[in-house]
Design a protein around this ligand. Structure first.
Ligand SMILES: [Zn+2]
Length: 167
């Protein structure tokens, strides 16, 4: 059994652990909030994977992904080194690696799905940053608003702040 119980969480969700590991993970889940949250996230991802929309990858995808995997540097699996909160991400990667190893022929689809989830997260983060920037400008003490009626009937409002050097 792995020395790092946390890395088994992904495999546990996909029922890719043996009885001893399952018992160990379930015992661990009773005392680790972080891993319980992770189980929820993995279940969500797994249920999205089970969605019919993802079950039929285009022909050749598996070969091209596996070819890319062969020439792509892999993320090292970090074992031990706990207390800090940072390793959370690498535990995710370790768990992802465990799931990929367990998934066998489903590997290519899973790798693509992982990338999709990461991309969506990046898009969401970018949108959040932009919204925060807009709110910051609107809340700035020196915010200036300018309205302009367009020839076709529309209206544009520009807000800018010298203090924030942004608009
Ligand atoms: Zn844990």
């Amino acid at each position: 059994m792995s020395a790092d119980i946390h890395s088994l969480v992904g495999a546990y969700v996909l029922d890719a652990v043996d009885d001893l590991e399952r018992a160990a993970v379930e015992r661990h889940l009773r005392e680790c909030d972080e891993c319980r949250v992770e189980v929820g996230e993995w279940r969500e991802t797994a249920s999205r994977l089970a969605d019919g929309a993802w079950s039929v990858p285009p022909p050749g995808l598996r070969d091209s992904v596996l070819a890319a995997v062969a020439t792509t540097r892999q993320v090292p699996v970090v074992v031990a080194q706990r207390p800090s909160r940072r390793p959370h991400r690498s535990r995710w990667m370790a768990a992802a690696a465990a799931v990929v190893a367990a998934a066998g022929t489903g590997t290519a689809v899973f790798v693509v799905q992982e990338q999709r989830v990461r991309d969506e997260r990046t898009v969401a983060e970018t949108a959040r940053d932009q919204e925060a920037e807009v709110r910051g400008v609107l809340a700035a003490p020196d915010v200036v608003l300018r309205d302009q009626v367009l020839a076709d009937g529309g209206k544009v409002t520009v807000a800018y702040s010298r203090l924030r050097d942004s608009g």
